[in-house]
Ligand binder design. Structure first.
Ligand code: GLU
Length: 580
């Protein structure tokens, strides 16, 4: 295919023009996308500049380091290294075959970025407004960093960072976004979400309520049922930490206990592994000196603990001191605004991390968490915040604010000076300015509000289309397509109207590699049942795919959930007693 003559005459000057030009070229169809892309990007000498290509992706919000661009970037690096040693090659330019070889492994995310399919297609227009808001808030020097422990009191009040991650993994960072700081109360919704995930909402809410307390975050008070009001205040977060620990104890019986005199970090390490997954494997660390200080100045939290023990707020087997220590450790886990933004984006994306495709939380657990962040996440300013900003958020005394725009993006701001309510002054101002400019408030009318800018594009594919694509690829045994969907963050256990999933179809067709991929890499449950009650195992058996039935049986044995519809004995007998 020849270079596009129109574009050779006048190179597009911005991303929007590039995207429009490319879309015009693709009007004839998406086949041979790689070739079309090359012809679109190449110069008179039929060469494409790697830097120009990377800049273009960068403008869409896709980072060079993005997991979904791994193979492409690795190949580009190899090309550049080879060019260094070969004097005949032009540095940083690639011909058609090389270009196609480099991009084809990651073509799904590349095509999505360059054809305006990301949830915010005009990312630059969006981030230009964010730049202005960031600068406005920078001038706000009201408030003081938290004073109750020296580690927080001595921090530089001028730190100011804002990081954004959309549900398509588009990233934007401004200011100090890679400096670590402690989550403090920002950990509360994560602690709650993980507990819901492990133990279900019914169990968790036997111990903690869902109402705003109307009192200060560390007040010695319980609701009319003698439960802490909600998991976003200290009382509720301490009880929730007890429940989380209970879940972790069940999950990991084999970890070694600590040596004499050392703090017991086993459960915190496990919780940190989960935070790491929520953050797409980005920065999560532990600040031991904050932990020791928290523990040494914890009279109020100990008082709360004893008061709650007297009122039988904890599960019977919980050890109060261990639970409190676990809570202090959780508050001392460090993140950066960047890793925090990915965590917020995972919450915005229903529990699937947008940068890795890892399903960390169940979508119901996320919905419940966001509901309580919305009503109780900003200390005694929560009501006003819900009124003015209308979005779920959680702040912490170290100056972090985690803001979620459901189904769109996660935002994390960090600035240590706090206002009279204990929320970051710049953080709150940023959220208010954001909603003043974009129609992100939960009750902003998306059709008739013209005063505000809506950066959402036409991009989001319908769920029905997702199901069709996924099931069709599973039926055809197309492992590569399945991998792409997983990397794009698709829910791999999506079911059609009849409850049929990709795992059912791959099992019925005997596609063992797909069955293994779904079970082992995507953690899809082998217990999924369609509307007739059939599991994927039934399908494999019915169509006599013995190898696949073996794989499924083994998986069912090792992952039997508490509420499994079959006993292990049934499974061992090969479900002979089930109607096949
Ligand atoms: N470690 C603090 C406490 O429990 C958390 C404070 C906060 O961020 O709200 O008192």
């Amino acid at each position: 295919m020849e270079p596009n003559p129109k574009l050779l005459k006048r190179r597009p000057s911005n991303l929007k023009e590039w995207q429009e030009g490319l879309e015009e070229l693709l009007a004839s169809g998406m086949e041979d996308f790689e070739e079309k892309l090359f012809s679109f990007l190449c110069d008179h000498n039929h060469l494409v500049s790697i830097d120009r290509f990377k800049n273009l992706l960068d403008e869409t919000g896709l980072r060079e380091m993005d997991f979904r661009l791994r193979e492409t970037m690795r190949k580009f690096r190899a090309v550049l290294e080879r060019q260094l040693t070969d004097e005949h090659e032009l540095r940083g330019l690639v011909d058609k075959d090389t270009f196609i070889d480099c991009v084809s492994d990651n073509i799904v995310v590349i095509s999505k970025a360059l054809t305006s399919q990301f949830v915010i297609p005009e990312f630059k227009t969006f981030t230009d407004i964010i730049d202005t808001i960031y600068e406005t808030c920078k001038d706000n020097d009201s408030g003081l960093p938290a004073q109750y422990i020296p580690q927080l009191a001595r921090v530089d009040p001028s730190h100011w960072g804002v990081s954004i991650c959309t549900i398509d993994g588009q990233r934007y960072d401004l200011g100090e976004t890679s400096t670590p700081f402690c989550m403090q109360s920002v950990v509360k919704p994560l602690n709650y979400a993980l507990t819901l995930n492990d133990l279900s909402s019914e169990v968790v809410h036997q111990y903690v309520g869902q109402e705003p307390s109307g009192r200060s975050f560390n007040e010695l008070t319980l609701d009319y049922q003698h439960k802490p009001h909600n998991p976003m205040i200290n009382a509720g977060a301490i009880v929730t930490a007890g429940l989380l620990k209970k879940g972790l104890v069940i999950a990991d019986r084999f970890d070694y206990p600590p040596k004499e005199g050392e703090p017991d970090m086993r459960y915190t390490k496990q919780a940190m592994d989960q935070f790491k997954r929520l953050s797409g494997q980005e920065h999560i660390a532990f600040n031991n000196s904050v932990y020791l200080s928290e523990r040494a100045t914890a009279d109020r939290n100990f008082a709360l603990g004893y008061y709650m023990r007297e009122n039988k707020c904890f599960p019977p087997e919980a050890d109060l001191v261990e639970t409190l220590e676990f809570y202090f450790q959780l508050c001392s886990v460090e993140i950066t605004a960047e890793s925090g933004a990915v965590i917020a984006a995972t919450l915005a994306n229903g529990g699937i991390c947008p940068t890795t495709g890892d399903r960390v939380l169940d979508s119901d657990a996320v919905r419940n968490t966001l509901s309580l962040m919305h009503s109780c996440g900003m200390y005694d300013y929560s009501g006003q915040f819900a009124f003015k900003v209308g979005l779920p958020a959680k702040s912490g005394v170290a100056g972090g604010v985690m803001l979620v725009v459901p189904n769109l993006m996660g935002i994390f701001t960090w600035s240590p000076p706090l206002d009279q309510w204990g929320n970051s002054s710049r953080g709150v101002q940023f959220c208010e300015e954001l909603v003043g400019n974009f129609n992100f408030h939960n009750y902003d009318n998306l059709r008739h509000t013209s005063r505000k800018y809506d950066p959402r594009g036409r991009a989001v594919e319908s769920k029905a289309q997702d199901v069709v694509n996924l099931l069709f690829s599973a039926y055809n045994g197309d492992v590569t397509a399945m991998r792409r969907y997983a990397l794009l963050g698709m829910d791999m256990s999506l079911a059609d109207y009849d409850g049929r999933t990709a795992l059912h179809l791959a099992s019925a067709e005997g596609h063992e590699p797909i069955v293994r991929f779904l079970l082992e890499k995507c953690n899809v449950s082998s217990y999924l049942r369609d509307r007739w009650g059939f599991t994927p195992y039934h399908d494999a058996k019915r169509f006599k795919h013995d190898a696949v039935s073996e794989v499924l049986l083994e998986h069912m044995k090792t992952t039997a959930p508490k509420d499994a519809p079959f006993s292990i004995q049934d499974i061992d007998k090969g479900l002979h007693n089930m109607h096949l």
